[in-house]
Design a protein around this ligand. Structure first.
Ligand SMILES: Cc1ncc(COP(=O)(O)O)c(C=O)c1O
Length: 400
């Protein structure tokens, strides 16, 4: 007799087919080398940050960005906070940024008492529109933070021109842009400062982590001090001073050697990881082209100058209702599709602390209609086909 308190095993029921495996929204690309690096670091007993593994990461970052000073951070959020400190933002200063971004871009500015000013993004890339930036400039404007959405570069020449014209500092929130380029140059290296994310959802990951790229040589010395709790410990390590002491404001921005050990392996694999993701991205694009035509879906548009990194594959639906319907159907099939940002100017904190000088129709449309599909390097082609097939079935089942 089966025990009535226990659920019936699914396999015993003749009619119920086994559920297809869940497809997660993201899945870090980790292998044996990552495991070995973590084991070796634990065995070394050198766990505090700023030692050999951190130096390895810095060397790997400097290999692609030789004119920058790279500093590992605990997150991209922390790197953006460091950037805001280095800009010397004062209460009441204005920083122009997209509303189509994560709240960390705005929080970094708010923590200095400055005001986020939200400008609209372009219809093609969902990246900051240089004309909207120019229209948002006031005598209080100090800086622009651009976001390379989905790892597709912003029009850097246009943004640099606006910033030059108005004497504004340009900072790149390159959270999603690890390994991506614009006009042949790595993203993160265009602004006075650039910030990367190595969060678990990003292409290259150590769970939680980031890096600040200090591209303006005038900010280097201070950046080193802020990074190490406001001390000149790095100068001491280089033998430039006999002892280190408190010099300036700062915080503990650096991650532990465990985090850095994992990241060093991932950074060394960035090209391989990017290639795998691009293959998945391109496959989605080919599979979805006919569907997009039939149902009025907008696929990502990649400008000629952008070498993107396959970070996100997104579709934009004709309406919020249709997007939400498809999202719910995919969720019911355990397919990890996801919307993206709630536009910051519509959020509670954005309304309270920020300002949008003009309407933001493209941002609001993206917030209402965009859907991201599961994407990771090891997503098998058969599973990808299942995602597209279920998406098509959801569209065919639109309630009238
Ligand atoms: C544009 C942007 N900036 C900053 C962040 C924050 O990154 P982190 O989680 O590394 O702090 C994110 C997170 O996804 C992001 O999308």
């Amino acid at each position: 007799m089966p025990d009535a308190r226990l659920p019936m095993p699914v396999a015993r029921s003749a009619s119920a087919a086994p559920a297809p495996p869940a497809i997660p929204f993201y899945s870090p690309d980790l292998g044996e080398a990552e495991l070995r690096a973590l084991q070796a670091t634990l065995a070394s007993r050198r766990l505090a940050g700023g030692a050999g593994q951190t130096e390895r990461c810095h060397r790997l970052l400097a290999a692609t960005l030789p004119d920058s000073l790279p500093l590992l951070t605990q997150s991209c959020t922390a790197a953006l906070e460091m950037a805001a400190l280095l800009l010397g933002l004062q209460p009441g200063d204005e920083v122009i940024m997209p509303s189509w971004t994560f709240c960390s871009t705005a929080n970094a500015v708010l923590l200095r008492g400055a005001v986020p000013i939200f400008a609209d993004v372009r219809e093609d890339t969902l990246n900051l529109d240089a004309a909207a930036v120019a229209a948002a400039v006031t005598p209080r404007s100090r800086a622009v933070i651009c976001v390379h959405y989905a790892g597709v570069g912003c029009d850097m020449a246009a943004l640099q021109a606006v910033c030059r014209q108005h004497g504004l500092a340009l900072v790149e929130d390159a959270a999603q842009a690890v390994g991506a380029r614009w006009a042949g140059q790595p993203l993160g290296g265009f602004g006075v400062l650039g910030a990367f994310s190595y969060h678990a959802s990003k292409n290259v990951t150590c769970g939680e982590g980031g890096a600040l790229l200090v591209n303006d040589p005038a900010l280097r010395d201070r950046a080193e001090i802020l990074w190490e709790k406001g001390t000149d410990r790095l100068r001491f390590q280089r033998g430039e001073v006999a002892r280190y002491s408190w010099q300036d404001v700062g915080s503990s921005f650096l991650p532990s050697e465990i985090t850095a050990a994992l990241l060093a392996v991932q950074l060394a694999r960035v090209e391989e990881i990017t290639e795998k993701r691009l293959a998945v991205w391109q496959r989605y694009d080919a599979l979805l082209a006919p569907l997009a035509g039939n149902w009025g879906l907008r696929r990502p548009q990649i400008p000629q100058a952008a070498a993107h990194n396959g970070h996100i594959y997104h579709l934009r639906f004709p309406s919020r209702a249709l997007r939400d319907h498809v999202l719910a159907r995919l969720a019911a099939e355990r397919i990890g599709a996801s919307t993206h940002y709630e536009p910051l100017h519509l959020s509670a904190a954005g309304r309270r602390f920020g300002r949008a000088p003009g309407p933001l129709p493209v941002t609001e449309d993206a917030g209402a209609t965009l859907l991201r599909l599961p994407l990771y390097g090891d997503l098998p082609p058969g599973e990808q086909e299942r995602v597209v097939e279920r998406l098509e079935a959801a569209l065919a089942a639109i309630p009238h």
